[in-house]
Design a protein around this ligand. Sequence first.
Ligand code: ARG
Length: 458
Amino acid sequence: MWGGRFAAGPSAIMREINASIPFDKALWRQDIAASKAHVGMLGAQGIVSAEDAAVIAGGLDAVAAEYEANGVPENWDLEDIHMTTESRLAELVGPVAGRLHTARSRNDQVATDFRLWVRDAMDQAEAGLRDLQVALVGRASEHADSIMPGFTHLQTAQPVTLGHHLMAYYEMAQRDRSRFAAARTRINQCPLGAAALAGTGFPIDRFRTAEALGFERPTDNSLDSVSDRDFAIDYLMAAAQCSLHLSRLAEEFIIWASQPFGFVTLPDSLSTGSSIMPQKKNPDAAELVRGHSGRIVGCLTALMITMKGLPLAYSKDMQDDKPPVFEAASLLALSIAAMTGMVAEATFRTPRMRAAAELGYATATDLADWLVRQANIPFREAHHITGSAVKLAESRGVALDALPLADLQAIDARIDDRVYSALSVEASVAARASHGGTAPAEVRKRVTQARIALGLEE
Ligand code: ARG
């Protein structure tokens, strides 16, 4: 394709290091679509004749049909998907194929193809996250009243509801969706027509190609157009943040499925056995989601560091933009699907959760709050009195509400028997009805809002 200036061909090493076809063949659909948009515009502008444009467009369809049927051939001499397609086009339609590359360069071509691919990946991530939210909301409404220990420092803190805990991940997924949606608005400008770096002298119509490819408009600076990979980094940043959330959710399931916790039985379909220990059921899918997030963050780091020192405009380093994006996209899609299945199909062992909530003096704050409200004691003092009650209960190995009134009154005479109504885990969660609190009524309210936002109810 560029033989004119060269006396000798590339060495074997040059061919190998230069070839991107092993991975950028994944862009073939985008490459064909962008070429068709380009040649349609060239024909409409009279830059190539209408007949030639039609022959080229027909040839591109034929190449696409071959790729669909047999895959994309991998010939390192043809470097990348752009030259592979153009060379096959020439075999099919003859020298007229050479007119396709008028007023364009592989630099704007790859920027266009890659934007189209990443735009789809953004849409897929958003759709996957929506499915995850549907699963979360379904289980949350089922368990709006199921009481479990809430933790800080992974120490029992206050009782919460399982529905509330699951809805926390709904909120994370909502922010992830908004990050992908925001990235999508920025990606949606078309670099095609920026040519190698400076634009072109041919009378092209960039608005026409932008529209044909579903972009909002063309990009506004040719140098930026061919050297910008912000859109890929935007995607990877959203993917990395999303994978952190998925990893945290996975970690919850791993902990909850452990025997000492016993809060959840994982679906058989997302667990594995051990080859040596017959009793084992391992949370491998969740562990791999946790592991994959490390790889996805690595993909983001890889591309950021590839880009950080590049002067304008295109440099070949930028060919390395694709593997981390492709890798992250497939890891993310799998991770979202795995966690969606886990949430939808896990069996929550709510009696175990409830018993654990009752064990850890989780209602101590309720005793302190009661002292503040009923006896008008300053919170700091109430905190101290409650600490003494917990110490006493601990020394006897009983729950707070199992301490006789006389013993509580010996700690502070202002306590009376109404306190017992505040000490149950039900009373504790029901009391936390502040906006966004764990009270079942609040959880149901948020679940309803979420169902409406997801289009599951009016
Ligand atoms: N395969 C190249 C890439 O992915 C296409 C652009 C090549 N441009 C160039 N000036 N050599 O970056």
